[in-house]
Design a protein around this ligand. Structure first.
Ligand code: P53
Length: 476
């Protein structure tokens, strides 16, 4: 048997990509609400173009998303039918603290998630909760400049106090920041950061990252104090870097690229800034302002497990001619000539998952949790809404086989696996509905048309069988 008996099979979503109900239940506005679909999306998410509110020219897919705010019971019932042991979701910060800096939380928001968690437990589903999945209250962005300000640490701490106490006994698995390394690639979407004239962008990003890292350690501390049963994880947008050639310069480039990502997890898991990062910051004139006690906090409250998303491996080179980017991905990467790509240009590499798992396990020696993996593809439903998504089954089966190899042959300790977008939802990178990951089809298009009706795809029954066999039966 490859997987532990209590292996946490499931699926993952994020509040702003599925809930909708953006102005209901007292909810405040967040960065993730005001990122439109279309050509301005990338300049906005990367902090080059300012968008602080809705305008009439753009369409904002997160406003209604797939309306899970009103339909979560139906959706969780379907997850239960597939046999999910866990459901990864995120809390919308602005449902709990609409502005972010209030002293008292919004009861309606708290109640919404309490009901949702109880609904999960009805089906024996353990919630896995991301405290922030890219979202930052708009008010905190306008008033404090988001995570560039130290004050955000205190507001995040308040949020943690409230949710850990309120959901004690209902939630045991927590992730502090989704894809914490995304702050480097999509600073507005990832952390509410935008830049002013004359800003040293790297300085701003790394100072903001320090605030998130401290906030993450404080969250871990409080989680353990409130309930020793709580398990807290960091979350990395992972995918190991391959050197383009055996040329030592390319190998070195790969190592540097990996370290760009590992930096965050090194702090969260080993509890201190790694020497290579300190040296590099020194060379680049980046100075992290720390407060007394920060270093001790980071050291004392490291994470219990390492979670990550994996969609693809990456390639590094020093050859400028090859620095062509793979299309449709926030992470610029060099094309790997040995791999096929998805319709969005994301290169498909199941063995890369095994490599990535081994790299992370070798480095941290803590249990891993794969909290995102999947294929974004165009689905064509028949007249009954049924989708024959053999391509998705094929992608997932190959990745599950690689994951099994990492556990069975390499001895990696793995807590669970949640596929990304187990129900179709809005794409974070592009804002499209058309880029679907789900086992459950949602009738909605890029422009917001559709009945929002849910239908099972072929992969629904396949994944059900995978879970029932605890990963033994991967056949289509
Ligand atoms: P979409 C880029 C690269 C790796 C992970 O992405 C990424 C992104 C953002 O596009 O984000 C994670 O929706 C993220 C999810 C996101 C998912 O990957 O662009 O945690 O919110 O939806 C897939 O296809």
């Amino acid at each position: 048997m490859a997987f532990r008996k209590d292996f946490l099979w499931g699926g993952a979503t994020a509040a702003n990509q599925c809930e909708g109900g953006y102005n209901e239940g007292g909810r405040g506005l967040a960065n993730v609400d005001v990122v439109p679909i279309g050509k301005d999306r990338f300049p906005i998410i990367s902090g080059q173009m300012k968008m602080f509110d809705f305008d009439d020219e753009h369409f904002y897919p997160a406003k209604e998303a797939i309306d899970m705010y009103h339909r979560y019971k139906e959706d969780i019932a379907l997850f239960g039918e597939m046999g999910f042991k866990t459901y990864r979701l995120s809390i919308a910060w602005t449902r709990i603290f609409p502005n972010g800096d209030e002293t008292e939380p919004n009861e309606e928001g708290l109640k919404f998630y309490e009901d949702l968690f109880k609904e999960c437990h009805k089906y024996g589903i353990e919630p896995l909760v991301t405290i922030t999945h890219f979202d930052c209250p708009m008010h905190l962005i306008k008033k404090y400049g988001a995570w560039r300000s130290r004050e955000l640490v205190g507001f995040y701490e308040n949020l943690c106090h409230v949710i850990f106490n309120r959901y004690k006994g209902l939630v045991k698995y927590w992730l502090t920041f989704n894809e914490i390394n995304m702050i480097l690639h999509a600073p507005f979407m990832g952390a509410g950061l935008y830049f002013e004239e004359g800003d040293n962008k790297e300085q701003v990003k790394f100072q903001a990252a320090h605030h998130e890292l401290v906030a993450s350690a404080i969250a871990t501390k409080i989680a353990h104090e409130v309930d020793p049963e709580n398990k807290v994880g960091c979350m990395l947008a992972a995918g190991s870097n391959y050197p383009y050639t055996p040329k030592p310069d390319d190998v070195w480039a790969g190592k540097e690229k990996d370290r760009e990502n590992y930096f965050f997890i090194d702090v969260q898991s080993r509890g201190e800034y790694p020497a290579y990062a300190l040296k590099e910051m020194e060379r680049n004139g980046i100075e992290i302002k720390m407060e007394d006690g920060d270093k001790e906090l980071l050291k004392a409250h490291t994470v219990d497990f390492i979670s990550f998303s994996y969609y693809s491996s990456r390639v590094a080179t020093t050859d400028p001619e090859l620095l062509e980017q793979t299309a449709g991905n926030i992470f610029a990467s060099v094309k790997n000539p040995y791999l096929e790509a998805s319709e969005w240009g994301w290169q498909i590499d199941p063995l890369g998952l095994r490599i990535t798992m081994n790299d992370l396990y070798d480095r941290y020696q803590k249990p891993l949790f794969i909290v995102e993996n999947g294929l974004g593809a165009v689905d064509t439903p028949d007249e009954n809404g049924y989708v024959v998504d053999d391509y998705r089954i094929e992608y997932l089966a190959a990745h599950l086989q690689a994951m099994k190899d990492a556990v069975e042959l390499d001895g990696v300790d793995l807590l669970g696996y949640t596929t990304w977008g187990c129900i179709d939802l809005v794409s974070a990178g592009t804002g499209e509905m058309k880029k679907r990951y789900g086992f459950i089809y949602v009738d909605r298009d890029n422009d917001g048309n559709g009945t929002l009706k849910r239908t099972k795809k072929k992969s629904f029954d396949w994944y059900k069988k995978v879970i029932a066999s605890n990963g033994e039966d991967l056949t289509n």
